[in-house]
Design a protein around this ligand. Structure first.
Ligand code: SF4
Ligand code: SF4
Length: 426
């Protein structure tokens, strides 16, 4: 796809700014009605989903160019998709998220990269991981566990750790416990180990489409040749990459079912293969990671056109409108609720309308202060609900929350991974 492919819809943006807020019917509290971190932080229309659509129209119609100011706005966007989820309540024609992403691609193609992201890209492409660490250390997290080497022998289930769980030692317990629970439940699980690479999702979201295609294409071959019929990840970002970005880029996992560990845990709890023996007396809120929630909705390719019927634009053939409803929302909640002593409360912005943690789209790497501000906005909701802890299901979200809390002096509710919570109960 290219920016031009979204022009038909972009020209029909009604400029109603619905993309700045969660839908009216979902608003529970005026303090938590905004949905877009960028417009909320910078308070200039160009930062909103609709503002980006106007920017795209200007570029497409030759009325503007990618100036320094435009580039700054383009990259200050988490690509969280909240704008599009709200927009699609009123129209399916406009795709502010895809346009925001295409603007990043366009900047990179015109050599107008974000410098911080250019460095991240260089080390990722060189080392196959976002941290620039040694490939030989990729599987250190799994030392001592009895997982099969999926590169050498056939497995039914492939556990994909991803960069954060593989290299950030603070997340090794999450990776190890995820794998252990599946092994103890009798599942035939393997890992790619040193043959695993970054899923490429962050390259795609930082504007490096071609690099993503190369990296993801090679990874897909390794996944397919493992013989696994399902892939499980404990990372929300990896999940969204496999479910959305791979099919968007035409990369086919050939029937390998992609699951988040929360879905597997829900299944294993139901079968009595994981037992929660200990009570955990905590009042917790659950944060829906964007790439597991609304952006975890499977991508459906549509190659049709809109025709006018009775004064309305109608898709031919029919088109599945992306409203973010097909993501993973219930399994994490069910797993949390199954733990004795836990009181799970819902925040005001939840499920497909959840507020972003701040990490996406390269914002964590390029604009850490903006990422931290976004995370602290979310923590206000957690505090408002009187929670002891915020539970999430993506190590990138947790990293951003931790960073933001640390920089603001610490204290307040703790942040933890869903698997960490399960570990406390087993
Ligand atoms: S992007 Fe969608 S919600 Fe935003 S102003 Fe345009 S039509 Fe309205
Ligand atoms: S993707 Fe997220 S940050 Fe970017 S414009 Fe849309 S709502 Fe705002």
């Amino acid at each position: 796809m290219a920016l031009e492919d979204y022009e038909f819809g972009a020209r029909r943006c009604s400029r109603d700014s619905i993309c700045k807020f969660i839908p009216q019917y979902a608003i529970k509290d005026a303090r938590f009605a905004d949905c877009c971190p960028a417009i909320s932080r910078y308070n200039l229309h160009a930062y909103s989903g609709g503002g980006r659509v106007i920017m795209a129209n200007s570029l497409l119609q030759g009325r503007g160019e990618i100036s320094e100011e435009v580039r700054e706005i383009v990259f200050r966007c988490q690509l969280c998709g909240a704008c599009q989820t709200s927009c699609h309540i009123v129209t399916e024609l406009v795709e502010p998220l895809e346009i925001a992403r295409e603007l990043k691609f366009r900047c990179v193609e015109e050599g107008k990269e974000n410098q911080a992201l250019s460095s991240v890209r260089a080390r990722l492409v060189k080392t196959n991981n976002i941290f620039g660490k040694k490939q030989s250390d990729r599987a250190r997290w799994a030392e001592g566990l009895q997982a099969k080497d999926a590169g050498a022998e056939a497995v039914e289930t492939l556990f994909f750790a991803g960069c954060r769980l593989s290299y950030d030692e603070s997340f090794h317990p999450v990776a190890r416990k995820s794998l252990q629970l599946m092994l103890e439940a009798g599942m035939d699980v393997g890992i790619l180990g040193k043959a695993e690479t970054c899923c490429g999702g962050r390259l795609f979201d930082m504007g490096y489409r071609d690099d993503f295609h190369k990296l993801a294409g090679t990874l897909a071959k390794r996944i397919r040749s493992s013989g696994a019929y399902r892939l499980v990840t404990a990372c929300g970002c990896c999940y969204g990459t496999f479910r959305q970005f791979f099919p968007m880029a035409g990369i086919d996992l050939e029937g390998v079912e992609v699951l988040h560990v929360s879905e597997v845990l829900e299944e294993l709890l139901g079968e009595g293969k994981v037992e929660l023996k200990k009570a955990v007396p905590l009042r917790v809120a659950y944060h829906d990671p964007c790439h597991l929630g609304r952006l975890g909705e499977p991508y459906q390719r549509w190659e049709g056109q809109y025709v006018k019927q009775m004064g309305l634009w109608v898709a031919e053939p029919d088109r599945e409108v992306r409203r973010g409803l097909g993501g993973v929302f219930d399994p994490p909640r069910k797993v949390i609720s199954a733990i004795e002593g836990i009181r799970l409360v819902e925040m005001k912005r939840k499920r497909e309308h959840a507020w972003c943690c701040g990490a996406g789209g390269g914002v964590l790497e390029a604009y850490p202060a903006f990422a931290a501000w976004t995370a602290l906005e979310r923590m206000k909701e957690v505090v408002d609900e009187g929670c002891d802890a915020l539970v999430t299901a993506c190590p990138w979200c947790e990293t951003t929350f931790r960073m933001a809390i640390g920089e603001s002096g610490g204290g307040g509710p703790r942040v933890m991974d869903l698997v960490e919570l399960v570990a406390m109960a087993t």
